[in-house]
Ligand binder design. Structure first.
Ligand SMILES: O=P(O)(O)O[C@H]1O[C@H](CO)[C@@H](O)[C@H]1O
Ligand SMILES: Nc1nc2[nH]cnc2c(=O)[nH]1
Length: 270
């Protein structure tokens, strides 16, 4: 491919259409890329797409890897270091997540302001093992994992586009693959998490370690039950259904973000 991406986008469950926004695209199946893991989850196509979005060269992961698929944390985050070596400066992570916050509705968007890497805290951190100094320091800070300027830019764009169902909140990564029990949902909420999912935090830790700017979006696909009296249960088909419904909105937001970032060269510097 002739594209030399500055921005990498990871598409969450059912959000592969974000990659369709890329023009003059070249796609590569993960199975054709040496050492790349394979996608095994429905809603994750398993393709790396290079192309241009609003004048900026981008690479899109149409399908991410999850630890519940049997991958070690370092394998899940392997593509992030590939992006760094390709010259990427900004990582945009997207995901489908369940809401723990009382005021989030299904279909809302949460701009991720911070995360709780529950697995990382519990010894499943992708940076465990010999540190590769070429990428970053042994003890990287994570106090500003999600770029404040990009968060603000996104909030401004949402206002301009007239999106009202947008929040800023904290994402918690768990391993899955089962969805939460009521007691677990209460526990995660009491920790300060607004949304929960089975991805993203590990990718962000590796991205920050190697000096990428990070912007994150969660699409709220379901309510996580925090009360035994609430009826119904979540399943992956419902998650994909909501993602499909809201994918165009996320596509518009991500496109605007990239157009603005492209206009502000300082955001693409180290
Ligand atoms: O985080 P993404 O990949 O968007 O997917 C989310 O949706 C799936 C569950 O429906 C899980 O994989 C969860 O992590
Ligand atoms: N852990 C978890 N992941 C999700 N991904 C989408 N919805 C959910 C959820 O409710 N819980």
């Amino acid at each position: 491919t002739r594209h030399r991406p500055k921005v990498a986008i990871i598409c969450g469950s059912g959000l592969g259409v974000l990659a369709d926004a890329l023009q003059h695209s070249d796609s590569f199946k993960y199975s054709d890329i040496p050492n790349f893991p394979q996608s095994t989850v429905q809603g994750h196509a398993g393709q790396l797409v290079f192309g241009e979005l609003r004048g900026t060269a981008c690479v899109c992961m149409k399908g991410r890897f999850h630890m519940y698929e049997g991958h070690q944390p370092a394998k899940v985050t392997f593509p992030i270091r590939v992006f760094k070596l390709l010259g990427v400066k900004i990582l945009i992570v997207t995901n489908a997540a369940g809401s723990l916050a009382d005021d989030y509705k299904t279909g809302d968007v949460m701009i991720i302001k911070d995360h709780i890497n529950l697995l990382g805290l519990a010894g499943q951190n992708p940076l465990i093992g010999p540190n590769i100094e070429q990428f970053g320091p042994r003890f990287p800070p994570m106090t500003s994992a999600y770029d404040k300027d990009l968060c603000k830019l996104a909030m401004d764009i949402c206002k301009r586009l007239g999106y009202t169902c947008v929040h800023k909140g904290i994402y918690c990564m768990v391993s899955g693959p089962n969805f939460e029990t009521v007691a677990e949902a209460r526990f995660l909420h009491s920790l300060g998490a607004d949304a929960v999912g089975m991805s993203t935090a590990a990718e962000v830790v590796v991205a920050k370690h190697c000096g990428l700017r990070v912007f994150g979006l969660s699409l709220i696909t379901n309510q996580v039950k925090k009360d035994y009296s609430e009826k119904g249960s979540v399943n992956h088909d419902d998650v994909l259904g909501v993602s499909k419904m809201r994918a165009e909105m996320l596509k518009a937001l991500v496109s605007e973000m990239i157009a603005e970032v492209c206009g502000c060269a300082c955001l693409l510097l180290d």
